[in-house]
Design a protein around this ligand. Structure first.
Ligand code: SAH
Length: 250
């Protein structure tokens, strides 16, 4: 996969992709991340990439020309087949909310182009004529799209086959599995006065699995009850949830 990030602040990406799973995925050849400085596509002497808003109002607006030119130069190198698996994404608080389903969809592409807005945002013609998707990472406003591009990249890359050690560990993640994950512990078994649940030392894998599933159901019921309506539950699991007060989804 190729991820192209268009930004006014390329230095903001120096740390996040040089560590951990994203770095390993790069080294294993699973992903190439290209950081493009939008200013390099602004051809006036001062590389101006933003301007005042037509009609008045505060907040500079990012100009269309450099962003169109930069993104189109990336797209120009793609074959038609590659284009069919390419998404041009504007990070924006107005976009479709990022969730694990969308992350999965993005992880199946060959090329992702991520445009980072800044200041008041980008010229509307970028939305109308350049992008395929507008994505928000949550209902709050960032000062720029860079943290959003980092979030999207991280979540997508860890789904690329081979990026994370075991597929099972990805599938068992909170949200991905449809539920929140059960509690997890590591050594020491006793830390200060707090001991881990005895069942985890029992060696009885069936019972451990049952315990984990119940904790997972319980946690989901307490913190994110709306998720229970979307997951397939056995009758035993439903019975268990009812003992906690779950009344089923309307
Ligand atoms: N005035 C704009 C917000 C600009 S915030 C509006 O009301 O829509 C500046 C930039 O930060 C945006 O262009 C976008 O790229 C990024 N950004 C802000 N909040 C975001 C969010 N929740 N998700 C993704 N990107 C966001």
């Amino acid at each position: 996969m190729h991820i192209h990030i268009f930004t006014l602040f390329p230095q903001m990406f120096q740390g996040p992709f040089q560590h951990s799973i994203v770095d390993r995925a790069k080294n294993a050849g699973l992903v190439e991340i290209h950081i493009h400085d939008i200013r390099e596509y602004a051809h006036d002497r001062h590389h101006v990439s933003d301007d005042a808003q037509f009609g008045g109002g505060s907040g500079m607006v990012m100009k269309p020309e450099p962003i169109f030119e930069g993104v189109e130069s990336v797209l120009a190198d793609l074959t038609q087949l590659e284009m069919a698996r390419t998404r041009v994404i504007l990070t924006s608080p107005q976009g479709r909310l990022l969730n694990q389903n969308l992350v999965k969809e993005l992880s199946q592409q060959l090329h992702l182009v991520l445009i980072c807005g800044h200041y008041g945002g980008v010229d509307e013609r970028i939305k109308q004529h350049l992008i395929t998707d507008e994505i928000s990472i949550g209902d709050y406003v960032l000062s720029g799209g860079e943290p959003a591009a980092i979030v999207v990249t991280d979540a997508v890359v860890r789904l690329l086959p081979g990026a994370v050690g075991s597929v099972a560990s990805v599938q068992g993640d909170s949200i991905t599995s449809g539920l929140l994950q059960h509690p997890i512990y590591t050594r020491p078994a006793r830390f200060r006065q707090w001991e881990i649940p005895e069942i985890l030392l029992s060696g009885n894998h069936l019972e451990i699995e049952r315990w984990r599933r119940q904790r997972s159901l319980e946690r989901t019921f307490r913190c994110r009850p709306e998720m229970l309506g979307k997951v397939r539950l056995t009758s035993e699991e439903l019975l268990y949830l009812k003992t906690l007060g779950y009344k089923g989804n309307p």
